[in-house]
Design a protein around this ligand. Sequence first.
Ligand SMILES: *Cc1c(COP(=O)(O)O)cnc(C)c1O
Length: 234
Amino acid sequence: MTLAQRIDHTCGRITAAMDACGRRDRCVLELAVKTRTPDTCREAARLLAERELPVLLGHNRVQEARATAEAIREVPGARIHLIGPLQSNKVNQALGAVDLIETVDSTELVERLDHRVGRRFPVFVQVNTSGEPSKHGCAPQDIPGIVAAVEMASHLYLHGFMTVGLHSAEESAVRESYARLRHVRDSAAERLCTTDGDLALSMGMSADLEWAIAEGATIVRVGSAVFGPRPPLP
Ligand SMILES: *Cc1c(COP(=O)(O)O)cnc(C)c1O
């Protein structure tokens, strides 16, 4: 299959999953581009634009976001998210390359970003919903403090939540981790007196996007189903 065909196939999966649970809102395909070349990133962005889909690409590493941003931004309306962990010494570089950081997981990072950013800037709080020690994201009990720090920030604002779900083939267990993030989003929306439609839920990947959509995902981050097997991440 070509890149275009794999994007179409993935969009078909998203539509079918939305229909299967009767959802009428929207779920956006975010392409997790990992270490792909600038040419591949630009091509993928073009294919999304051609289909009149939101042009959204996610990068795991600041360095790769910087190396590909110029190519990606040749496509009008393209947006780049950081979906991998952000080290504090990369904050300035990240803010220069991406439009949103999905991986805010500590009050220290909130403060550092807010101090450096100098413009209104959206973030997602990343939550470890599976309890697996290998996973990034804050522990559930740390969420209120981090959300409060974002609320108090001058420039940052909360635009959603992100998680990497449980790595398992067992549907109920995986869905439980996604449902947990939905509950987090719902209670944040209530506390902030906003409608939950204003807060995104970024969850679900190639293997389990249907389960994430059934639990309310508004963004699914898809890599291997579109680009082929994952390149190794050091
Ligand atoms: C690689 C990656 C994805 C996409 O995973 P696939 O299984 O290749 O679809 C999504 N989110 C994050 C944070 C990733 O690192």
